[in-house]
Design a protein around this ligand. Structure first.
Ligand SMILES: C[S@@+](CC[C@H](N)C(=O)[O-])C[C@H]1O[C@@H](n2cnc3c(N)ncnc32)[C@H](O)[C@@H]1O
Length: 186
């Protein structure tokens, strides 16, 4: 089912999210290696076509697990096709999320939401549900596009909602074209 919301990046743009060009300025392994270790359970919330999911599955290894959740069935289909028949398939659980329900129940060590939060209308609901699945000693990396897509002010408001829902918020790593924060349970 496609989503009708104009906020949500349509599946027809999956190719631009999953390009070799993007890898040059947003290399998933460079961005995630400080946080993800073998054996972890990781949630890639709003995974899209799986630009980060595939790399995360390699990083967690055969003893780890990735939960890849997205609102759009089409995005999950693209990811499914990419991993089908590979050794990564059994490490990746695909979840169809609803607009205001993440539909994830597993407890996770790490959450990534990359370029997703600005597409979610009810951020309070999102953060409270994500907090309920993050392990006590878990970490959460939130990355949003910068400037005209998501203003500094809008990102601050998003982080305030994270704080209101019980997360401790620290500045995240600096990457080109993006702004980020690291969230932990208080
Ligand atoms: C701009 S894309 C980014 C995809 C991926 N994180 C990446 O960086 O390549 C945003 C994704 O978030 C998904 N999304 C938006 N709102 C969502 C929600 N409430 N729950 C789950 N996924 C959502 C969209 O369907 C889309 O695939």
């Amino acid at each position: 089912m496609a989503t009708d919301s104009p906020r949500v990046c349509p599946a027809k743009l999956a190719g631009t999210l999953d390009s070799n060009l993007r890898k040059i300025f947003q290399d998933p392994s460079k961005i995630l290696s400080p946080y993800i270790k073998e054996g972890m359970t990781v949630l890639d919330m709003g995974c899209g076509p799986g630009f980060f999911t595939v790399e995360i599955a390699k990083m967690v290894g055969p003893s780890g697990k990735v939960i890849a959740a997205d609102l759009q069935e089409e995005m999950l289909k693209i990811l499914k096709k990419k991993i089908q028949g590979t050794e990564l398939e059994s490490r990746i659980k695909l979840i169809k999320a609803d607009e205001d329900k993440i539909n994830v129940t597993d407890k996770v060590d790490f959450i990534l939401i990359f370029f997703v939060a600005h597409e979610v209308e009810d951020k309070d609901k999102l953060f409270s549900q994500l907090r309920s699945v993050l392990k006590d000693d878990g970490k959460f990396l939130i990355v949003e596009p910068k400037h005209f897509h998501v203003s500094t002010e809008a990102f601050k408001l998003t982080l305030k909602k994270a704080k209101d829902n019980g997360f401790n918020v620290q500045p995240g790593p600096k990457h080109l074209f993006s702004q980020s924060a690291i969230l932990t349970n208080r």
